[in-house]
Design a protein. Structure first.
Length: 313
């Protein structure tokens, strides 16, 4: 769970989007109204292109293209390219072709509507052959995927949207800005005098850390404790191990990463959940500030991440 605490004169607006909280903070209070308009417009464009739950989105229509090359908008191309780059950089641990597997596990609608599926007798037949990100062929203006395959951009799209929103606000208004989408945080432009102060914790009663970040920075947390649902008598979470088409083993409760972009941070944090214990050595090699909380509560920090508040007492 990532929260924002600032000390300088700022303005903040918050609302709900994609089943999570959106929070926008600017360092020039007079720009907040226009800044919110910019962010809402960007999020609407991303939703129309990338939503797995809207039947009229570009992404949903790809599943019905019958394996034929499909023309796409620049927005969808940007987000597909980001997802495929994440897959390549993580050796497939972050893979956009897990959409069909998620649907087969019951995650076939917005998360806040999942409970409505119980007892309805609905069944969704989807792609059953083992999928892999290399099955996606992306050109300048077309994409081709196997017939019946559903893509899911959840591991990268929200983070990239936060980056794009922050940059769009700064580019037009020149104000310092922080955008948080469900805890995926991106900053751009001048920061408050004390920096952007982010509280990182697993829950309200859990130990927490305050980290200060500057401009053009991203913070992301991946968790096996959120977005959980019941399916065929099992409690599942939304981060799949692509090779198994099943939720990753919950070695980690949460992994939080600070990087030069929210997209980079979320790519790394998601891959760490999939890699489990093996992620510790990988994170140490990368050297970015990270905080990983194991299932037993053990906290592992890298890259000069500060100690938790209770550890200082």
């Amino acid at each position: 769970m990532n929260g924002v605490a600032v000390r300088t004169a700022t303005a903040t607006s918050s609302w709900s989007v994609w089943g999570c909280a959106a929070e926008l903070t600017v360092t020039e209070p007079g720009s907040i109204t226009r800044a919110e308009q910019i962010v809402r417009a960007e999020l609407a464009a991303v939703d129309a292109a990338c939503s797995r739950f809207r039947p009229d989105s570009e992404l949903s229509m790809l599943a019905h293209a019958g394996g034929r090359p499909t023309p796409i908008t620049p927005t969808l191309r940007t987000f597909l390219e980001a997802a495929l780059t994440a897959a390549r950089l993580t050796d497939g641990d972050v893979d956009p072709t897990v959409g069909s597997a998620l649907m087969n596990l019951g995650y076939d609608r917005d998360f806040d509507r999942l409970s409505q599926r119980a007892g309805t007798g609905e069944h969704t037949a989807t792609f059953v052959t083992a999928a892999h990100w290399t099955m996606v062929t992306l050109t300048d203006d077309h994409v081709t995927i196997p017939a019946g395959l559903t893509l899911d951009l959840g591991a990268t799209a929200k983070a990239l949207a936060a980056d794009r929103c922050a940059r769009a606000v700064y580019d037009e208004l020149g104000t310092g800005v922080l955008v948080s989408l469900g805890g995926d945080i991106a900053t751009s432009g001048p920061h408050p005098d004390t920096g952007w102060r982010i509280r990182v914790c697993d829950g309200e009663s859990e130990p927490s850390t305050i980290v200060e970040i500057g401009s053009d920075t991203g913070v992301a947390t991946s968790s096996t404790r959120r977005r959980r649902w019941m399916h065929e008598g099992q409690v599942l979470h939304h981060i799949l191990a692509p090779q198994l088409a099943r939720p990753a083993e919950p070695h980690w409760r949460t992994v939080t990463v600070i990087a030069s972009s929210c997209l980079t941070a979320n790519t790394i944090s998601t891959a760490c959940i999939v890699r489990g214990a093996a992620a510790t050595a990988w994170l140490a090699q990368i050297g970015l500030p990270t905080r990983s909380v194991a299932a037993d509560g053990t906290v592992v920090r890298t890259g000069h991440w500060p100690e938790d508040e209770q550890d200082r007492s």
